[in-house]
Design a protein around this ligand. Structure first.
Ligand SMILES: *Cc1c(COP(=O)(O)O)cnc(C)c1O
Length: 359
């Protein structure tokens, strides 16, 4: 069997174990998961209702154009239908961008640590990831601009950045864009943009019609509570979308995801409840953990980092045995940090209690 060198060198992404499996291993039950930045409230009830209604049509193929969701989203974002590409999660848009625009020898600049998918998808397309370290836990746009070479085809900016929760400012982003050729695709991954409170935060959509090639990624997996359905999208200039649509499978978003996302998009009450709760609970967690004398890092997302000043894996295991699942940051170059996302009020209480016990 022959496999390209760049595939042989890939390391498979290690997902968190399912809750059921962890509970079996540790002999626990009723555990709380604060590890994957999901919406703790659950899915939008309107989405669930719409999905039930659509079940009777499962023998049909989905709408390959995703017409209804496309119309509604275009309206809401004030962009043209032809500027949107849907994906099986925004992860698929990352993959499609890589498969459509990259080949061997190309370079893609990305922050590090950041979302691991950038590196995997870029490498799987045969191109070279160029990782630029964060500065004070934030994406270092200046350094990234300096690393642009004649081989650079794409730059990823994760705003807010996962796993640090930091943002870049509008000024910094515009200064960065000024230095980037319009031939280089700048991908703004805004998976957590709905949670941002800082006013200086730029929005990729504001640069859609600038001369630069800015692609904005958004998802229904976080604030909209539909991670299990797998649907997200990219907003980009029509010519970029046209190329991706040649590579994309026609039915890459499934029927239930399409109707669920549309219903969730129209469920303002659910969305507002989510954002309000995340902000209130984030403030609660931040205060409680700070009171314990631990350093928490300011965040604009629905998760934040805590410096434990000791081996994070060990604390992770001890929390786990108390039924609290968080993410140790060992694979992200922070061996003493954990990342915790906001849960329901009672889940956050439980996390705080468990953390006090294990430290
Ligand atoms: C969660 C997340 C996504 C969303 O991925 P989906 O495939 O839409 O579920 C994208 N980017 C980052 C940085 C994330 O953390």
């Amino acid at each position: 069997m022959k496999v390209p060198d760049y595939i042989a060198k890939l390391k498979a992404y290690v997902p968190g174990k399912p809750i059921e499996e962890l509970e079996r291993e540790y002999g626990i039950s009723g555990s709380v998961k604060l590890a994957s930045n999901e919406n703790p409230i659950g899915p939008s009830p309107k989405a669930v209702e719409a999905i039930k209604e659509a079940l009777k049509d499962l023998h049909r193929y989905p709408d390959g154009y995703n017409y209804l969701l496309r119309q509604r989203l275009g309206e809401k974002l004030q962009v043209s239908s032809s500027e949107i590409v849907f994906g099986n999660g925004s992860n698929e848009i990352i993959e499609l961008l890589a498969r459509t625009f990259l080949q061997e020898g190309d370079e893609v600049i990305m922050p590090s640590p950041s979302f691991l998918m950038y590196e995997i998808m870029v490498q799987a397309a045969g191109a070279r990831p160029v990782k630029v370290s964060l500065k004070d836990l934030a994406v270092d746009l200046e350094k990234m601009a300096e690393r642009v070479s004649g081989d650079t085809r794409m730059v990823f900016v994760n705003n807010p950045n996962n796993p640090t929760g930091t943002i870049v400012s509008r000024d910094a982003f515009e200064a960065f864009l000024d230095r980037i050729s319009s031939d280089v695709i700048v991908v703004m991954d805004e998976a957590y943009i709905e949670f941002v409170r800082a006013e200086v935060c730029p929005r990729g959509l504001d640069y859609l019609h600038s001369e630069k090639a800015v692609v904005t990624l958004r998802t229904f997996s976080k604030a909209y509570g539909l991670a299990g359905l797998r649907i997200g999208y990219g907003v980009m200039k029509k010519d970029i979308a046209d190329y991706i649509n040649r590579v994309r499978q026609p039915f890459n978003t499934n029927m239930l995801a399409q109707v669920g996302a549309l219903a969730a998009l129209n469920d303002d009450a659910f969305f507002e409840r989510t954002i309000r709760m995340v902000h209130e609970e984030l403030d609660f967690l931040y205060e409680e953990v700070s009171k314990m004398g631990l350093r928490c890092f300011p965040t604009q997302a629905n998760f934040f980092l805590i410096d434990l000043e000791q081996d994070a894996n060990e604390v992770f295991e001890r929390l786990l045995s108390r039924g609290v699942i968080v993410r140790a940051m060992t694979a992200y170059e922070y061996p003493k940090y954990i990342r915790v996302n906001v849960g329901l009020p009672e889940e956050n209480q439980r996390f705080v209690e468990a953390l006090k016990e294990v430290l």
